[in-house]
Design a protein around this ligand. Structure first.
Ligand code: ZN
Length: 262
């Protein structure tokens, strides 16, 4: 487990969290700190390293972009330490029920403990919190209007993301991406890709790719092709994560999500 704090630009810190399990799977995650606000809390395996870093960084509060364990994984620990937390009510409700997550996610990230402590709210101004669902229903981003920085959680992830979680809503994500692009951000702080400098162009490229991909999936379904065949042709062969996740995070799940109309 390693935690590295780097400066993205003056006043913006990146907390880069990596575990050996994640490294094997090709995953790492970053939290960010700006205006004294921590955006996302990393994964449960990173608890001790994050706690030590926060003793030095001393944020005034944290925003949780969504309930997934690589973002909300240490929210219960932060709440127990008395740190104020902002999150959507759906996110808080999920963290208080502690849904079971599949084994591959528990190996890579750990399993978020139940949120038991009372949550103290805070005002993140001058930062704004914007609900931009799709990746999950509870997903928010953090917008720094003065500097045109969008801390985007899992909104972006890359231009051509050919896998999705079963519960993702690709059309809602597309709407959210359009709203994000309309802000014309200069810098995107992506939880997995790191800083994306040409932010508006990157968002527009993703919007174009998703429109085209959703269109191709719909057209093939209309001509009677089966979802598995559509996934193969439009998105390519299933990768390791598709198998390791038992199909939960896969190309077929992307196609199924599109065909479910969400
Ligand atoms: Zn996520």
């Amino acid at each position: 487990m390693s935690l590295e704090v780097t400066e993205v630009e003056p006043g913006v810190a990146r907390l880069r969290l990596r575990s050996w399990q994640g490294r094997l799977a090709g995953y790492e995650v970053s939290a960010y700190l700006l205006h004294g606000v921590l955006v996302d809390t990393g994964f449960p395996h990173a608890e001790a390293a994050l706690a030590a870093a926060l003793d030095t960084l001393r944020p005034r509060g944290a925003v949780v972009t969504h309930w997934h364990e690589d973002h909300a994984g240490n929210a219960p620990m932060l709440a127990a330490r008395g740190l104020p937390l902002c999150m959507r009510p759906e996110c808080e409700a999920t963290l208080r029920t502690r849904p079971v997550v599949k084994l591959y996610r528990r190996i890579v990230w750990g399993w978020t403990p139940r949120l038991g402590a009372a949550r103290r709210d805070f005002d993140p101004a001058p930062l704004e919190i914007l609900p931009l669902p799709g990746h999950t229903p509870d997903h928010v981003v953090v917008w720094d209007a003065d500097r045109r920085i969008l801390v985007s959680g899992d909104l972006f992830l890359g231009v051509k993301v050919r896998v999705a979680h079963r519960h993702e809503a690709p059309r809602r994500l597309l709407q959210s991406l359009r709203r994000a692009a309309a802000l014309e951000p200069r810098l995107l702080l992506d939880a997995h890709r790191g800083p994306v400098r040409d932010a508006t162009a990157a968002l527009r490229a993703k919007i174009a790719w998703m429109e085209e991909t959703i269109g191709a999936i719909e057209a093939r379904r209309a001509s009677g092709e089966a979802p598995r065949a559509i996934a193969r042709v439009v998105l390519g062969r299933e990768g390791l994560v598709g198998y390791a996740s038992g199909g939960e995070y896969s190309k077929l799940a992307f196609v199924d999500a599109v065909l479910s109309g969400t």
